[in-house]
Ligand binder design. Structure first.
Ligand SMILES: Nc1ncnc2c1ncn2[C@@H]1O[C@H](COP(=O)(O)OP(=O)(O)OP(=O)(O)O)[C@@H](O)[C@H]1O
Length: 601
């Protein structure tokens, strides 16, 4: 029983840790539906196993549990045990982050709690009965009722004893030490008296309800409780003791004009901005651990319908935390987020059902095939049954997953899993799509498919928010983007706007002919430095020189003209002048972040 019952924690741990459970909640699954459907399925498995066990009882001639319809009683005992123990396993599974260690530890828990509770029971009843007060004895015995394994063992034991006594008493020569009075043998085994099983069965029934209630509580009300604690208790204390840090780092003021304008626009307007899909208003997220981490430092932004918003930043900038808040996985410390005018702090369920989410790690159920999981999500999104095949095929096709559709997900490569996760995020009937580094591990072909799918989704009026470390990707399909540094937005605008704003330099690439003498090369370098004051030689390799040239006082025409003349003079094979790339804008902030870090140290 310990081996069987502990096995029911395996899926719940895996689905919670991989976030598959979270994605199911986002796809519209209600918390009670999730747990009750899991319980129903596990209960069916448990029922079948118990029927087999009854077969074993029969084979081993344990007739008391089988004959005269007693197998129904035995089955009822087993079922009540399943009703109490399976939800308890679900509840305990929250303590673990790995399914295998959860299984091993819960097997030990079930095994030992069964054995030791019986030993304690026997010791108290027979050995030390007279050495302790009745109140203490009752207290310990009542405490043992918390363990379903103890209740099961007691039911099985007392049931056997009751009918064995009945059997002996109805025989010709009952043993003299037995109390075979009518009063004793005519009792109902389900009554609440001593040596009867009624009490244990009632406790098992109640345990099941309590565990289910706690499960629903953990997945619903606990979030509200954590939000309350975070917003009013921890943050309140933090503000009292770190006034200066809060006013300096969490004020939301920005040196950047665009970031400041966006914030001002949001603060001045009513919450219900008509066309906005996502409205992030003065969002602060602090992880109250040791040391305290200010992950998101008062950011405000609006993402409109039909917009693809890129959230860029270095590792640890706070992008994933922002996504987790948008999907209701993490609580808000201060501020609010509105999805289609529904506040996440007040209407979490409404918000959740509007988000398609591709998390940073794969939230896939690996024991299913790609097609099966997509059919499952299509059903969860409420696609009509006759259209499901067509719908799923279309999304499989959009990410070119047809070849892998009928293979187990556990056999997929990293890039294929990523494609499947993205397809799942995009396929729902949502208004906001959050893609956390969707192209990680994808080959160039798959990346192009992703871009097409995202563009198509955006054009259908959905808002897409994407994080990526690939600048060319964001440049290609983000309508607007923000760069996040240490939890704050440092710039905001369309890719072109940012390149214009921060690109006060040209990139000049010069390739000299292979037979160019050293002296000639030095002359060229001297010429560039003299002609374009403030130019910087960024790097030089294999006859290629890379320069940053200030835009001030240097128009495109002027630079081209000078280089055309220099081509002959300095034996140049070729040259190219380009505008700064998004990646270089990003690196400007990387340098400023490093400088700030050094200053702090
Ligand atoms: N559960 C957590 N508990 C404590 N700190 C956390 C937790 N999750 C994230 N952090 C911290 O919050 C900060 C922001 O992390 P986050 O994962 O949001 O960054 P990111 O921008 O998504 O980084 P990456 O590009 O590496 O994914 C980091 O300093 C991180 O250490």
């Amino acid at each position: 029983m310990a081996l069987l019952i502990s096995g029911f924690c395996l899926l719940t741990v895996t689905e919670r840790v991989t976030k598959a459970k979270h994605i199911q909640f986002l796809s519209g699954v209600y918390v009670p539906v999730y747990w009750l459907s899991a319980l129903l399925w596990d209960f069916i498995i448990f029922f079948i196993t118990c029927c087999l066990l009854l077969g074993v009882f029969k084979f081993c001639q344990l007739d008391i549990y089988i004959t005269d319809y007693h197998f129904l009683d035995t089955l009822l005992i087993f079922m009540l045990y399943g009703w109490s123990a399976i939800p308890l396993m679900y509840l305990l599974s929250f303590l673990f982050t790995r399914s295998t260690s959860a299984y091993i530890k819960l097997v030990l828990f079930n095994y030992l709690s069964g054995i030791f509770s019986l030993l304690i029971d026997a010791t108290i009843r027979f050995e030390v009965q007279h050495k302790m007060s009745k109140a203490t004895r009752d207290f310990i015995l009542n405490l043992l009722l918390l363990f379903p394994n103890y209740n099961l063992a007691k039911c099985i034991d007392d049931y056997f004893t009751f009918y064995q006594i009945k059997k002996w008493c109805s025989g010709n020569k009952p043993p003299v030490y037995l109390n075979c009075s009518k009063e004793n043998t005519a009792k109902n085994v389900y009554s609440l008296g001593e040596k009867m099983i009624g009490k244990y069965m009632i406790i098992m029934s109640i345990t099941g309800f309590i565990c289910l209630f706690l499960l629903f509580f953990l997945d619903t009300t606990l979030w509200k409780l954590r939000t309350f604690l975070s917003q009013y208790v921890y943050f309140g204390i933090y503000k009292t003791f770190k006034k200066e840090k809060v006013s300096k780092e969490l004020s939301g003021e920005s040196d950047d004009e665009d970031v400041q304008n966006e914030r001002q626009r949001i603060l001045e307007q009513p919450q219900e901005l008509p066309n906005s899909a996502v409205l992030i208003k003065e969002l602060i997220k602090i992880y109250f651990k040791y040391p305290v981490i200010l992950a998101v430092k008062n950011i405000s932004v609006i993402v409109q319908k039909g917009e693809c918003f890129g959230l860029l930043g270095f590792n640890g900038a706070g992008k994933t935390t922002t996504f987790k808040i948008l999907t209701g996985e993490e609580t808000i410390t201060s501020g609010d987020v509105f999805l289609e005018q529904f506040s996440i702090t007040k209407r979490l369920q409404k918000v959740k059902s509007r988000v398609g989410y591709c998390p940073q790690t794969e939230a896939l159920l690996e024991y299913m095939t790609g097609r099966e999981i997509m059919i499952m999500y299509a059903r969860l999104w409420g696609i009509a049954e006759p259209q499901i095949q067509l719908y799923v095929n279309r999304w499989l096709n959009s990410m070119q997953l047809e070849l892998h559709a009928d293979k187990l997900i556990s056999t997929y490569s990293g890039g294929t899993k990523r494609r499947l996760s993205t397809a799942i995020a995009l396929m729902g009937n949502t208004s906001v799509i959050l893609l956390d580094e969707p192209s990680t591990g994808m080959d160039p072909g798959a990346r192009r498919l992703l871009w097409n799918a995202v563009t198509w989704t955006r054009e259908r009026g959905k808002a897409v928010i994407i994080t990526s470390h690939r600048m060319e990707e964001c440049d290609a399909f983000c309508t607007r983007l923000a760069i996040m540094v240490q939890g704050k937005f440092v710039c905001l605008g369309s890719p072109q706007h940012l390149k214009n704003k921060f690109g006060n330099i040209y990139i000049l690439k010069i390739k000299v002919k292979t037979d160019t003498q050293e002296d000639k090369l030095n002359d060229l370098k001297f010429f560039i430095t003299l002609t374009f004051p403030g130019s910087v030689l960024k790097n030089e390799n294999q006859e290629i020189l890379n320069y940053y040239i200030p835009r001030k006082d240097n128009s495109w025409g002027k630079v081209f003209g000078i280089l055309e003349e220099a081509k002959e003079q300095f034996n140049l094979e070729d040259y190219a002048i380009s505008q700064i790339t998004l990646e270089q804008v990003f690196l400007i902030f990387a340098n400023s972040e490093n400088t700030e870090e050094k200053k702090k140290k």
